[in-house]
Design a protein around this ligand. Structure first.
Ligand code: SF4
Length: 187
């Protein structure tokens, strides 16, 4: 199966209640052969309207962060824990995340990234475990059973709300750049 086939399989999905309020399913976007996959929480208003991940203010900040480490959206693949917008941008429930995660896992399986960046608490808790705390675990490399290096960091929306998170996020992305350059054989 290809990513396109998976995306079309998802059309009209009603596996969870988030289907009721969505305009568009936000499947994910970017380079399907990227070494880096970025995972956020779920679509917001702009994403729901455009059908693309991280296109609002938080997405613009993510673009600037990527540019600071000489990467663009075409160098990475971006997805979310849930593919439909939760009402009023609330955090997706455990049930909604559980309904949608199998699609994200299929995307990971197809893309085979070597680095996964988890943006924020929802991504961290759903991919690593419900007890995981972003404030404690950000900036620390984890490794999946299949050897994917995973780095949790704050969500750009959290950085917009709290500028004191800028520096730690910048430090985390420098670590990502270092690892990426190693994988590319440039360091
Ligand atoms: S959030 Fe995921 S599981 Fe729920 S309806 Fe949307 S695509 Fe389906």
């Amino acid at each position: 199966m290809t990513l396109e086939q998976l995306a079309s399989e998802l059309q009209g999905c009603t596996r969870c209640g988030l289907s009721e309020g969505r305009n568009r399913i936000v499947f994910g976007s970017g380079n399907p052969r990227s070494r880096i996959m970025i995972i956020g929480e779920g679509p917001g208003r702009d994403e729901d309207e455009q059908g693309l991940p991280f296109v609002g203010k938080a997405g613009q900040l993510l673009d600037r962060i990527l540019a600071a480490i000489q990467l663009t959206r075409e160098d990475v693949y971006i997805g979310n824990v849930v593919k439909c917008r939760p009402p009023d941008n609330r955090v997706p429930t455990r049930m909604e995340a559980a309904a949608c995660l199998p699609y994200l896992y299929k995307q990971i399986e197809m893309i085979q990234p070597q680095i996964i960046i988890l943006l924020g608490s929802t991504a961290l808790q759903n991919l690593i475990g419900p007890q995981a705390r972003i404030t404690k675990m950000r900036g620390q490399w984890l490794e999946s059973k299949s050897g994917i290096k995973i780095l949790p960091t704050f969500h750009p929306a959290a950085v917009l709300r709290d500028p004191s998170k800028r520096r730690p996020v910048w430090e985390d992305f420098q670590k990502i750049q270092e690892e990426y350059l190693k994988l590319e054989g440039k360091r």
